[in-house]
Design a binder for this molecule. Sequence first.
Ligand code: ADP
Ligand code: MG
Length: 260
Amino acid sequence: MTAERGEEIRNIIGIYHLSKRYNEKFALDDINLHVANGEFVFLVGPSGAGKSTLLKLIYMDDFPTEGQVIVGPFVSTQMKRSKVSLLRRKIGVVFQSFRLLYDRDVFENVAIAMRVTGESSYEIKKKVAQVLTQVGLYHKRNEMPSTLSGGEQQRIAIARAVVNSPAVLLADEPTGNLDPEVTEEILKLLFHINAGGTAVLMATHDLALVKQFGQRILFLRDGRLQEDKILGYKGDLSQRLERIQKDPGRFGPGWNPGTK
Ligand SMILES: Nc1ncnc2c1ncn2[C@@H]1O[C@H](COP(=O)(O)OP(=O)(O)O)[C@@H](O)[C@H]1O
Ligand SMILES: [Mg+2]
C-alpha cells in the first residue's frame, strides 16, 4: 500500500490547494487541511471568513476554482452531478436555520433522508425511531416542527443528518439561533454523535463558545487558514463532556435505545 492510499483511509476529508473565487474576490485562498476519520474539529472565523463556502465545497454543492476536495472515495475534480447524491449519504449537513419541512411531521422530516436510498419502509421506520430516540425526541415524532422549540428543531435536523449513518457531519453555525443553555445541549449531542465514530466539522464565529473543549480548532480569516491548533480544557462543561464520552449511556433521554 502506498503512503498516499494510507492517508486516504485515515482521513475522511482531504483538501489540497483549494481556492474559491466569486467574481474576482477570493472567498477561500489556498486551503490545505485534513480531517481524520472520527475526528471532531471546530472551524472558527468571523463573518465573511469563508466558513460556509468551505463546508459547501466539502458537501460539493459548489466546486473549487482551483485545487481539490476529497471526501472518502469522492474527488471534487472527478465528480459528476449523478454522484453527488451518493456523497450526500455519507455526509450529514446541519444549518443555523434548521431547514426543516414545515408541512411534514417530525417523523417524515427525518425519514425523507432515507426515502432516496431505496430502504424498505420497515428499515426506515426502525432507523428513524432509533435516531429520534438518540436525540431524545421520539415522543414528538407525530408533531409538526413549528410546534417545537428552536433547540428541538435543531435536534430533528441533526437526526435527519445522521439517519444514514454518515462518515462525517458538517454543522454550519448550528447554535447560531439558540440561547446558551440550548447551545450547550446541541454541543453535547454533537460530541455524542462523534463518540459513535462520526467525524464532525462544526463552523462557528464564536471562539469563546468552543475554545474550552480541548478540540482541534481551525482558524479561518479572509479566506485563509491562519491556524490549526488545540486549546486546553477549561471550565465545567468540558469535564462533564469528558465523563459523558466515557459513559455514553448517561447522556439525556435515551441516547442509547433501551437506557432510561
Ligand atoms: N455565492 C456567492 N457569490 C458571491 N460571493 C459569495 C458567495 N458566497 C460567499 N461569497 C463571499 O465569500 C466570502 C466568504 O463567505 P462565507 O463563506 O459565507 O463566510 P462565513 O460563512 O465565514 O461568514 C464573503 O466575502 C462572501 O460575501
Ligand atoms: Mg457562514
